[in-house]
Design a protein around this ligand. Structure first.
Ligand code: HEM
Length: 399
């Protein structure tokens, strides 16, 4: 059977505003679709997404023979520093190296160490909410971004006067993860990656001389079976933690408050009516902050009755999977009493989000404080325009 071809509307404003009706049609029409723009095979249904996340036939690593011959290879020459910061990113690795690296990073990122950050999170969240202009502020710029960057900064042990640089570098780099990247954005990402690379490299040298109780110091010291992380591996990990951790958490806060408003759900004391943990999971399911991830097909195989060729590329659509009516009753409704809160937004299999414990705690503390207020939107916020990382440009509110 031939996989149906589509023109995926990821640059269409209406689609970005609300992609879910289109994605619902996609799931109904066929389990697989080829996007003729990106040449990716799109996987929109829940069971197939879960299968890809957990099967060894699909890889996050670029198989060598493909890498040298296609466009990705030449990108690696043009965007040297971007690729240097990606070289040991857990997101791009597989097999033994992924397992070894993930094991070492996880040892420096224990749940106990994350829980120790709770008082810091409470203080920061309250401090921000107490000092902003309650009649009119940008929920992202004035609250979610400084909150999230401070938490990750505190975890890693980076100086506060560098947070603005981190935000800028991180914003530039994550644009490279979308479906179509303009050459201007790619050049900006390359410059940001270079500055970021050297900054973190110097910071690691400082921490080696004077270790502290922070994650960069722990990453430099941690050992397993006589293995240690190399300097480049630590640099890639720190940059991944800042990029992956920051954007997704900020957008979850923003997407959630807009979702509650647009669905006429009052924010004040919401966490007294429902368990805050259920609120978090349902809102992340309803509007996933990360909408897709790509995989390479390692061997000729079949998925949902269709043939997939070795070395072709597929994209699993997480946000679509979370709205699959075969898995969720009335998936388009926000329901905090849902029995099934098992969603795909934190991934699955060996790449399951390594920072889910931190993200969940950050959101729990944040919602705990935000839900002490009624939060009203002052206008209709506009989406950033990106499909992969789903968020808003700004969200003007009053509390
Ligand atoms: C609501 C917030 C977050 C969401 C929705 C999210 C989602 C995800 C998803 C879907 C993946 C899997 C990617 C794949 O399958 O290729 C992932 C991986 C990862 N996440 Fe998160 N994430 C969040 C927050 C964080 C935070 C706060 C951190 C750390 C500071 C973090 C660190 C990571 C890392 C290191 C990986 C790579 C794991 C691996 O490939 O082995 N994430 N995340």
């Amino acid at each position: 059977m031939k996989i149906p071809e589509i023109n995926f509307p990821n640059n269409d404003k209406n689609f970005i505003h609300d992609p879910y009706p289109y994605l619902s049609d996609l799931r109904e029409a066929s389990p697989l679709h080829i996007d003729t723009n990106s040449n990716l095979t799109l996987i929109p249904r829940f069971d197939d997404v879960k299968h890809v996340q957990t099967s060894k036939l699909f890889s996050s690593s670029d198989p060598k023979d493909v890498m040298m011959s296609d466009k990705e290879g030449s990108d690696k020459d043009n965007y040297e520093y971007f690729w240097r910061t990606e070289e040991f990113s857990l997101l791009n690795l597989e097999g033994q190296l992924h397992g070894d690296l993930r094991g070492l990073v996880a040892k420096a990122f224990l749940n106990r160490q994350v829980q120790e950050l709770r008082p810091f999170m409470e203080k920061k969240s309250k401090e921000l909410l107490n000092t902003l202009n309650k009649d009119r502020f940008d929920l992202l710029k004035d609250y979610a971004q400084p909150y999230s960057i401070s938490v990750i900064g505190e975890l890693l042990g980076v100086p506060e006067d560098q947070y603005d640089n981190f935000l800028y570098w991180s914003n530039c780099i994550v644009k490279m993860y979308d479906l179509n990247v303009s050459s201007d954005d790619a050049l900006e990402a390359e410059q940001a990656a270079k500055e970021f690379y050297y900054y973190i490299s110097n910071l690691i040298d400082e921490k080696k001389l004077q270790p502290k109780n922070d994650m960069i110091s722990r990453l430099s010291q941690v050992t397993e079976n006589n293995q240690k992380l190399t300097k480049d591996q630590i640099i890639c990990t720190v940059i991944l933690l800042l990029n992956a951790g920051h954007e997704a958490t900020v957008n979850t806060i923003g997407n959630s408050i807009v979702a509650l408003n647009r669905n006429n759900i009052k924010t004040k004391n919401l966490n007294q009516k429902f368990d805050v943990k259920d609120i978090i999971e349902e809102l992340i399911r309803w509007d996933s902050p990360l909408q897709f991830f790509q995989r390479w097909v390692l061997e000729d195989t079949e998925l949902a009755g269709y043939k997939l060729e070795k070395n072709s590329k597929i994209a699993i659509l997480l946000g679509s999977a979370n709205r699959d009516r075969k898995v969720y009753n009335s998936p388009e409704k926000i329901n905090f009493e849902r029995k099934n809160l098992n969603h795909t937004s934190f991934g699955g299999g060996v790449h399951f989000c390594l920072g889910a414990h931190l993200a969940r705690l950050e959101l729990e503390v944040s919602f705990g404080n935000l839900f002490q207020h009624e939060i009203d939107l002052l206008d209709d916020p506009e989406r950033t325009g990106a499909f992969g990382i789903r968020g808003f440009k700004k969200i003007l509110v009053r509390i």
